[in-house]
Design a protein around this ligand. Structure first.
Ligand code: UT7
Length: 320
């Protein structure tokens, strides 16, 4: 049994927050933000929307595009670092309830910006083992709730949004997810964290931006080299290189290191900012809706985030 990546969907919140919003509130400039991050604007969810609401909207589209009945879904994975509730219930359980899917195994994955790639890995394993047949995976974030808007070095980076996909069992090897590799190094935990619970401070995100930047470039580059080598693949075998959208300068440095052509690189950071676990599925959805992603295309996902965590995936798009 193989796992095939059948569909993609995303929810992009309506409210656009431009760089000017930050210029009006802190000592920064549009020029600095654009030059140092490549970000012009990001989306912000409304006060009444929780992470699960964003995830549900993305999931509905992914389910429709996969052409399956929601009753056929037997596992729901939600990657998020901004769950609706602290500790419990999981956001995946809430999403299952809002989608009216009963009696389904549902759980959250906490792997920060690598969350969606981790979810692909878990879904693939469950399908290949024969335990599950149709897995709904979601990356959803309302990062605006954990961003410290007094910290000018990090607050302009992040946005809200969600992406979702259906992975289904198939016996056709030609449409299988080829490979996923995920890893972590907890000794670098202090580069990116929300120390709230332990320090009794408000649970805002803290990031050592400059150090994180360097580790990100190194890890994202190495990740791709390893997965490509393990699968005897060259750049010509890749249709779309879809890295985590954290900062244009990181994507450019990694893309240049790996010698991908501009037409292979996918960029959404300018309009969505960094949406953590939602960034890769939102980018895949952008490619799908613009006609850039077609059936049979080989996608190379490359993610990095708090934990530290990282992961990459070689995925043939099996959707229509
Ligand atoms: O998704 C998880 C992974 N996260 C990331 O990958 C993020 C990685 N880090 C980054 O993207 C970048 O490090 C930042 C965009 C956060 C910062 O860019 P940088 O080039 O690393 O800048 P820096 O922190 O070294 O700061 C350079 C200067 C400093 O001034 P001095 O000391 O040179 O006088 C900062 O005080 O820029 C100043 N600065 C700002 N100036 C205007 C920092 N933030 C701002 C700001 N506006 N918002």
């Amino acid at each position: 049994m193989y796992a095939s990546f059948k569909s993609i969907g995303a929810y992009i919140p309506e409210t656009i927050r431009s760089n000017q919003w930050f210029v009006d509130r802190m000592d920064t400039s549009d020029e600095w933000i654009t030059k140092r991050t490549g970000i012009s604007e990001r989306r912000i969810a409304s006060d009444s929307q929780n992470t699960s609401d964003l995830g549900v909207e993305a999931a509905k589209i992914a389910i429709k595009r996969a052409d399956i009945n929601k009753e056929e879904i037997d596992l729901i994975l939600c990657a998020t670092i901004t769950p609706d509730y602290l500790c419990m219930p999981s956001t995946a359980c809430i999403i299952a309830d809002k989608l009216e899917i009963k009696n389904v195994m549902s759980l959250d994955i906490s792997a920060a910006c690598t969350g969606f790639v981790y979810a692909v890995s878990v879904a693939k394993a469950f399908i290949e083992s024969g335990m599950k047949k149709n897995v709904l995976i979601i990356g959803a974030e309302k990062l605006s709730t954990i961003v410290d808007y007094t910290d000018r070095t990090t607050c302009m980076l992040f946005g809200d949004g969600a992406g979702a996909a259906i992975l289904s069992a198939t016996q056709n090897k030609d449409e299988a997810v080829l490979d996923v590799q995920c890893s972590s190094d907890g000794s670098l935990q202090d580069l990116l964290m929300t120390p709230g619970i332990q320090s009794e401070e408000a649970s805002f995100m803290q990031m050592k931006g400059n150090e994180t930047f360097k580790v990100a470039v190194r890890t994202l580059t190495n990740d791709v080299k390893v997965i490509m080598e393990n699968n005897n693949m060259s750049n010509d075998d890749i249709d779309l290189f879809i890295p985590h959208q954290a900062n244009y300068r990181i994507i450019k440095a990694v893309g240049d290191n790996l010698k991908f052509k501009d037409e292979q690189k996918v960029l959404t950071v300018h309009k969505y900012g960094n949406t953590s676990s939602a960034s890769i599925p939102m980018a895949i959805n952008d490619c799908y809706e613009s006609g850039r992603l077609k059936t049979g295309d080989m996608m190379l996902l490359d993610a990095f985030g708090g934990g530290l965590t990282w992961g990459s995936a070689l995925i043939k798009f099996a959707g229509k």
